[in-house]
Design a protein around this ligand. Structure first.
Ligand code: ATP
Ligand code: MG
Length: 667
């Protein structure tokens, strides 16, 4: 178990407190007057929330959701840290996501423009989506699923993934989505941890131009016979041959289409569990985070409307996240559908069949709002700006980033190359645990600073504190905390109350410890500096991995960088960097120039942030170890840098990456 309260071996004992504040970023991007004039959120939203925080959330919950029974109490915090939001209210998540839009006369609006990797497409209106969700719910009920039962979902990015989640929500059966790229073993653990009764899967999905199988992993996960799974519902996607267990397996197309469409949404309490989702596992064993219905939906809809400036009648929104990740829950399934948005959903990888695929999709559907991760942006930087340059991206008007700190240079590239130097960029900080966006600029209000998530949203209270839990003054670094409960907050770790308390609530009693280091600049804006576990201590100076990585990425030859602290006899820890070069630079590199180039990169870091941050060594690599959601797993690089056996790699996207890096290190 990862305990964020104690520093990881080899990391700075004192954690992020007193983090050196080194990298300077002076660029500012205020919204254009035209954008500001039409924006959903104005500065007044901050005032309203500050004047009456709970009243503000009650207003949002009533305005954005339809309740079957209105609530009288906004927040009950008497059993802290377990919150009850809108506790005596009742509603249904699927009703809010689909039925009510049809009832309001918007049934013909497109809910999902789906694009298969192979170029096959499906267009699904709200009316069609509502009916399909009702049929799938009826099918699940026929398979024995009742309110409160858990259902595991192991699907590729096909419309049935959204349908399956909403069908569970319609019954009030919490879903546990497991990323389709995870192994049978990872699936097995998650099925048992949540005691899932049914698994919804597909024969396979398309990845990198080929059908990749899913059903065999489910068969393996269930082979030991020690799971509570009774039925497996299988969507036909690739037509691959699959093994079949007659008493257990059911084809989706044999049971769902024959159902009627009158399965009514089950009314649940606001605090009824909506889903369980395991964290990415960037720092250790994943935690089964569970979320409830009313507060989660209210904050999802509120953030989706205001952070992305959504206009449901005219926008075409696209979030590239997989549904196996929290971003796919809140900003593919729940937020956009509750708000009645039209969205794009894409099955495959960004470079299939060519490196311009995403931009081709933006052009084709005239996408107006794009939400993606820094890792994807840096990959596009590596591929070069000619790729997006071949497509018309002028429909875009808001760009979002999530998942990791975004290096200022990647931020500026994103705005310039993808956003035509015109669009606001919102860097959104949040976690599986927070359920929805917490810290982010508002696109029509905030003068954006590349690399900073900036301000807690109206209604959210966040701060940076020192070792003692005292707020640090402007200009200092420390620990990122959330000082007041928020509607979409986790209600616990499934089946592990103690870990819930230990991980989040014991470092600073009474306030939520996020596990991230951050600094507060002179304006009071927040800069997330990476995990507390990743902070380095070099000759007594506490350095942030993020800042050094950003300095490396600001060199024109570097697309991506990962930095770790490796133990060092003289300095305690030394900075070790791994870099991926931009396409042109990689092509030009030769044996002879390599050494010079590395010397130049070291000098560049010294110039950007100071000699203390100069890496002891820099290794040029072609890939970095990342989780399935694209986060760099620094703990594995630390193992390599310290010549230890590499630790748990089960949540790694590509397990061969570590072999390549270890081999490179030995040279
Ligand atoms: P685990 O907790 O199992 O190690 P994880 O923290 O990677 O996994 P997630 O909940 O998917 O799982 O990720 C949340 C984390 O992602 C945050 O705590 C933060 O470190 C990082 N993060 C997300 N968005 C941002 C952002 N905009 N800026 C900086 N960091 C971000
Ligand atoms: Mg985490």
């Amino acid at each position: 178990m990862v305990d964020h309260t104690s520093a990881a071996p080899g990391s700075a004992e004192a954690g992020a407190g007193g983090l050196e504040n080194l990298l300077v970023e002076e660029r500012r991007f205020p919204p254009s007057p035209e954008f500001a004039a039409q924006a959903n959120a104005t500065a007044e939203l901050y005032d309203r929330a500050a004047a009456d925080r709970l009243g503000f959330w009650a207003e949002q919950a009533r305005e954005l959701l339809t309740w079957s029974t209105d609530f009288t109490e906004v927040l009950d915090w008497s059993d802290a840290p377990r919150a009850r939001w809108f506790g005596d209210g009742r509603l249904n998540a699927a009703y809010n996501a689909v039925d009510r839009h049809v009832e309001a006369g918007n049934g013909e609006r497109v809910a999902i423009h789906w694009e298969g990797e192979q170029g096959d497409t499906r267009t699904i209106t709200y009316a069609q989506l509502r009916d399909e969700v009702a049929r799938a719910a009826a099918a699940l009920a026929e398979l024995g699923v009742q309110t409160g039962d858990r259902v595991a979902i192991y699907l590729p990015m096909i419309p049935e993934a959204v349908v399956a989640m909403l069908a569970c929500a319609r019954i009030g059966a919490p879903h546990s989505v497991v990323f389709g790229g995870f192994s049978a073993e990872a699936l097995h653990t998650r099925i048992n941890d949540a005691s899932a009764k049914v698994v919804i899967t597909a024969d396979g999905g398309y990845r990198r131009g080929k059908p990749s199988a899913l059903k065999p992993a489910v068969d393996d996960a269930l082979a030991s016979g020690d799971t509570p799974v009774e039925k497996v519902l299988v969507v036909r996607r690739t037509g691959q041959d699959v093994a079949w267990h007659d008493d257990r397996d059911v084809w989706w197309d044999e049971i769902v289409p024959r159902q009627g469409t009158d399965f009514a949404p089950v009314d649940v309490e606001a605090e009824h569990p909506l889903f369980i989702l395991y964290t990415s596992g960037t720092t250790g064993k994943p935690k089964g985070i569970f979320h409830t219905t009313g507060g989660y939906l209210a904050q999802s809809a509120y953030t989706h409307k205001n952070v992305f400036d959504l206009k449901p009648e005219t926008d075409v929104y696209w979030c590239t996240a997989d549904i196996g990740w929290v971003t796919g829950h809140t900003y593919v399934t729940y937020g956009p559908l509750v708000n009645g948005a039209t969205q794009v959903m894409y099955e495959g990888t960004p470079d299939t069949p060519h490196k311009g695929r995403w931009w081709e999709i933006v052009e084709k559907y005239k996408v107006t709002i794009l939400y993606t991760a820094p890792t994807a942006i840096r990959t596009c930087m590596k591929w070069g700006e000619e790729e997006p340059g071949r497509f018309d991206l002028s429909s875009l008007r808001v760009l979002g980033s999530v998942g990791e700190p975004i290096n200022p240079e990647a931020w500026v590239w994103y705005r310039r190359v993808i956003g035509g130097d015109r669009t606001p960029v919102v860097d959104t900080w949040w976690q599986t645990e927070t359920g929805a966006i917490m810290i982010s600029p508002l696109p029509g209000v905030t003068a954006a600073k590349p690399g900073s998530a900036q301000t807690p949203l109206p209604g959210i209270s966040a701060d940076v504190v020192d070792e003692q839990g005292e707020a640090v003054p402007a200009g200092s670094g420390g620990y990122l905390v959330l000082t007041e409960p928020w509607p979409a907050m986790l209600r616990g770790i499934w089946g592990d109350e103690q870990r819930f308390h230990d991980t989040y609530w014991s470092r600073f009693p009474g306030i939520y410890f996020a596990g991230d280091g951050a600094k507060k600049d002179e304006d009071g804006d927040l800069w997330v500096l990476g995990r507390v576990d990743d902070v380095m201590n070099v000759s007594g100076h506490r350095l942030s991995t993020t800042e050094i990585e950003s300095a490396l990425v600001s060199h024109p030859t570097v697309a991506e960088a990962a930095v770790v602290g490796a133990s060092d006899d003289t300095t305690g820890q030394a900075v070790v960097a791994f870099v991926i070069l931009r396409g042109e630079a990689a092509a030009a590199a030769s044996e002879a120039s390599a050494e010079e180039h590395i010397a130049e990169l070291r000098a560049h870091v010294a110039k950007e942030i100071g000699p203390i941050a100069k890496p002891r060594s820099i290794l040029v690599v072609t890939e970095l170890p990342k989780t399935r959601s694209g986060k760099i797993m620094r703990r594995l690089l630390r193992d390599v840098a310290e010549k230890r056996t590499v630790g748990d790699v089960t949540t790694l996207a590509d397990s061969t990456v570590m072999d390549q890096i270890s081999a490179g290190m030995q040279k």
